[in-house]
Design a binder for this molecule. Structure first.
Ligand code: GH3
Ligand code: MG
Ligand code: MG
Ligand code: MG
Length: 308
């Protein structure tokens, strides 16, 4: 948990800062609302804000309202108002503006510490709920709805920046046989390990999610069809390189992949692109599995060797 202290009084800033340091809490101190607002809009903004009510320019209440408009992307900012005001009406104003809690000045350190603990509990809970809502329970990859949301975002961005985004649909070969011969638990162990292998070969800005039972969707931003086909083939080879060791048996695993890119043809929907990747995947399966096929407008699908 990172804290932002927004306080125009240098004395209060130092005093509260001293407490936070004493408790080994990471914090950044800001002395006015405008600076705070620009910091809060950055992707790595602090998750808990200690906010003075009276500030020059943008005051605490207005800042509180603005912080609440940031919540849309899922990261909650827990807000504690600090103020000398102690009338009940003020408390209501602060809460209505979006504050989660309220502390009267002069700040009592043990009270501050207790409120921070409550905030941390709420933030931890919120983070756990958010993770559960966006990730697949078995593999801990992004779940279907989250990877589809990412696809939508990446495709919009690639159109804006006029750069391709590669879409790879990967499907385990004859996975049903593993379930049938070794049982569902062995199948689950294989899915977990495959997910780990997929994740291990990706770059930080690439994305991977569990699209369906034994199907995975990979997104490579700013990657053209030829490069994506090669990358897919590397990933395919990594997945199948070593048999997967489960408590039931050593299981050889292969994967087939279909690749397409956004940005080649204008006006393609997410559904069109998924359809293209699926078509290419179908060709990979038809071709004997354990291979990569790229979608082509003409209907012929080529593996990475043909694209070189
Ligand atoms: P193909 O090479 O054509 O893709 O064959 P396949 O056997 O992989 O494909 P099919 O669609 O026939 O079977 C997929 C199987 O994946 C069927 C389903 O029971 C299994 N499956 C889906 N989700 C899970 C899961 O969470 N755990 C386990 N163990 N199996 C799952
Ligand atoms: Mg003040
Ligand atoms: Mg399948
Ligand atoms: Mg399959």
């Amino acid at each position: 948990m990172r804290i932002m202290l927004i306080e125009d009084s240098a004395l209060d800033r130092r005093r509260i800062g001293r407490f936070l340091k004493q408790w080994s809490l990471e914090y950044v101190a800001v002395e006015n609302g405008a600076d705070a607002w620009s910091l809060l809009q950055s992707p790595d903004a602090p998750s808990l804000v200690l906010l003075d009510w009276m500030l020059p320019g943008l005051d605490g209440i207005e800042l509180c309202r603005r912080i609440r408009t940031l919540g849309a992307n899922g990261t909650y900012i827990y807000t504690v108002m600090l103020t000398a005001k102690d009338k009940k009406q003020d408390l209501l104003t602060a809460m209505a503006a979006g504050a989660d809690d309220y502390l009267s000045k002069p700040i009592d350190p043990s009270e501050l510490r207790a409120r921070l603990m409550v905030g941390k509990r709420i933030l931890d809970l919120q983070q756990a709920l958010r993770f559960a809502a966006t990730h697949d329970f078995l593999t801990t990859l992004f779940n279907r709805s989250e990877i589809l949301a990412s696809l939508k975002r990446e495709v919009a961005r690639s159109a804006r920046e006029n750069k391709p985004t590669a879409i790879i649909l990967a499907d385990l070969d004859h996975f049903k046989l593993i379930n049938d011969s070794l049982g569902h638990a062995a199948g689950d162990a294989v899915l977990k390990e495959v997910a780990q292998r997929l994740r291990s070969d990706l770059r930080t800005y690439d994305l991977v999610g569990r699209y369906g039972g034994e199907e995975f969707l990979l997104l490579l931003p700013n990657c053209d069809l030829i490069t994506a086909s090669r990358r897919a083939d590397e990933i395919r080879s990594l997945v199948s390189k070593n048999a997967i060791v489960t408590t039931f048996a050593k299981v050889p695993v292969t994967v087939s992949m279909g690749v397409t890119v956004s940005g080649c043809t204008r006006g393609l929907t997410i559904e069109d692109l998924l359809q293209q990747a699926d078509e290419a995947l179908y060709h990979a399966k038809q071709n004997g599995r354990n291979c990569v096929r790229a979608f082509c407008e003409t209907g012929t699908n080529a593996g990475p060797n043909h694209l070189r």
